[in-house]
Design a protein around this ligand. Structure first.
Ligand SMILES: Nc1ncnc2c1ncn2[C@@H]1O[C@H](COP(=O)(O)OP(=O)(O)OP(=O)(O)O)[C@@H](O)[C@H]1O
Length: 328
């Protein structure tokens, strides 16, 4: 395995919950509550979990768009967790993000070419004819025609708009691209085209993706490894095929069982999850999943399981997997 490009250790992001006219703090949202993972050069790590489990907060923390409460983020070996905005500037070129909604993330009053070329202008890397030529090349790289540079966002389809966002993310030659649900807002028929574009770009340029999605079929298609999040924590990480064939955490098993059609490896399992996701304001003690887990034992209510290697890089945070492995 190659060097880790991104190394996240025990990342926490807690938001205060305020109420009343005095805006007193009445609680804390444990949006991300001790998350550790790495992304290697040229690798795609899929981050999957239900809405509200903290995926976007991880993405934004990694890029320092929100300030982590604690933990460490290392990019290419350098600790960037507490760097000042100025010191962070060179690293910003190495890390880019593609958001879910391609329409919301594009300025409707700017021509597509100006949107894509803007990072080059802001960083003083190109102007005039060179800027135009580089922008045209970026358009071609994402399957758009250079003559579309003068068009405005509303003149593009949803898939094309996401291509504009990807071209903009490519402009500065990043090493890591964080994709936060990049195809969730697109028609299913268009999703595969955008995913395949991302895969082709990775093959050509060798960059790494932290790819966030709630859709397991999408994650399965693009990821080399997959991390499963539940209520602010990672409960399982493994190589894609290993995770889909041999899910060890009861939550992962339930997630896979809920999409048998999209997941060719899924075993037929009875519904394994009870009730709704608890609030991240007062997450359950011990294993956060114990309130919904059919296999929970008394210890799960009090002991927080660590993410431990179950063999071959397959990590799982489940007391029932200690030692022998399987939870059923
Ligand atoms: N700025 C904020 N202030 C307070 N709470 C927040 C803030 N941002 C996110 N949260 C809360 O943190 C938790 C995690 O949110 P986050 O958006 O990271 O989850 P997610 O898994 O990306 O969900 P989704 O797929 O719906 O975007 C949620 O309970 C959310 O309400």
């Amino acid at each position: 395995m190659t060097e880790a490009l991104l190394e996240v250790t025990d990342l926490k992001k807690h938001y205060p919950v305020r109420a009343g006219v005095l805006r007193r703090q009445v609680g804390t949202v444990h949006a991300v509550d001790g998350v550790s993972f790495s992304v290697h050069t040229g690798e795609t790590l899929g981050l999957v979990g239900e809405s509200g489990c903290g995926k976007s907060t991880v993405a934004r923390s990694v890029l320092r768009l929100v300030e982590p409460t604690s933990g460490q983020i290392r990019l290419d070996g350098e600790d960037i967790t507490r760097l000042s905005k100025t010191a962070l500037r060179p690293h910003r070129r190495s890390m880019q993000i593609v958001f879910q909604d391609p329409f919301a993330s594009l300025n409707p009053r700017m021509a597509a070419g100006d949107i894509v070329g803007e990072p080059l202008t802001v960083h003083g890397l190109a102007s005039g004819k060179e800027l135009e030529a580089r922008t045209a090349k970026l358009f071609e790289q994402v399957g758009l025609r250079p003559d579309q540079m003068r068009n405005f966002p509303h003149q593009f389809s949803g898939g094309q708009r996401q291509r504009i966002c990807i071209a903009r993310a490519l402009a500065l030659g990043p090493r890591l691209i964080v994709c936060d649900e990049p195809v969730s807002a697109l028609d299913v028929s268009i999703q595969a085209q955008v995913i395949n574009l991302l895969i082709d770009l990775q093959k050509a340029h060798g960059f790494s993706y932290l790819f966030i999605a709630h859709d397991l079929a999408v994650v399965a298609h693009i990821s080399h490894r997959v991390a499963v999040m539940y209520l602010g924590r990672i409960v399982e990480i493994a190589g894609k095929d290993e995770l889909f064939r041999n899910p060890r955490h009861p939550y992962t098993q339930a997630l896979l069982a809920s999409v048998p059609v999209a997941n060719p490896f899924a075993k037929k399992l009875a519904p394994l999850v009870d009730g709704d996701v608890p609030s991240p304001v007062n997450p359950p003690s011990g294993c956060a999943f114990h309130t919904r887990c059919r296999f929970a034992i008394e210890r799960c209510k009090t002991e927080r399981p660590a993410l431990v290697d179950a063999g071959g890089g397959h990590q799982v945070a489940c007391l029932l997997n200690e030692g022998t492995g399987r939870s059923q």
